[in-house]
Design a protein around this ligand. Sequence first.
Ligand SMILES: [Zn+2]
Length: 222
Amino acid sequence: MRLEGETLKVGENQEEGRSSASSTRIPSGTVLECPKCGEQNHRILKGKLVGKKGETVECIVKCSKCGGVRKETLKQEKSVVVRVIVSVEDRSVRKELELLQNDEVVVGDRLIVNGLEVEVSSIESEGKRVQAALAKDIDTLWTKRADKVKVKFSISKGRKTVSKEMYAQPDEEFFVGDMVEIGRMKVTIHKIMCKDKLLRRGSAVASRIVRIYARAIRETWA
Ligand SMILES: [Zn+2]
């Protein structure tokens, strides 16, 4: 498991010593446990370097799961650059990720690579495939895209209404009139509640949807 609290995932290049462009040394994300939901990936919304060598970051962090925002003080530790292969659908892209040298990565972990949430599917360390390794021992991290969002459905089924949810890519579009399969249920979308309005026709991307109202299709009631 990861250390709680003061581990840091560094998203930007770090320079030694003082730099006038100190903002480039504030990491874009960090790993610590959210007190509300237990999620570990957090984005750093803003931060400032404090201490004589800028070794501490006072920052506002946002939980990547529940969106909770809070203040944290993080210590900067030595980092290493790890090679990351990100699979997106049928393509693979080679990226780099700066991690703290003693940060442990475990298969199944979620990481943010260039702003994209990925899940670690395999770890290559010293020429072998392993379940977990410290960042400094990692040759390559094999990952797949994992930045899915939850889409909630209210489904009328006869006289009852049931709630269901599914996961979708943030930019996946849902259309009024579409048929969607949720688990074993087939439904037709009749309204889409977005963050700013209720759609009775047209479409919306998953990331903007608050709730989809749908009707179960009769053939699957049994
Ligand atoms: Zn949270």
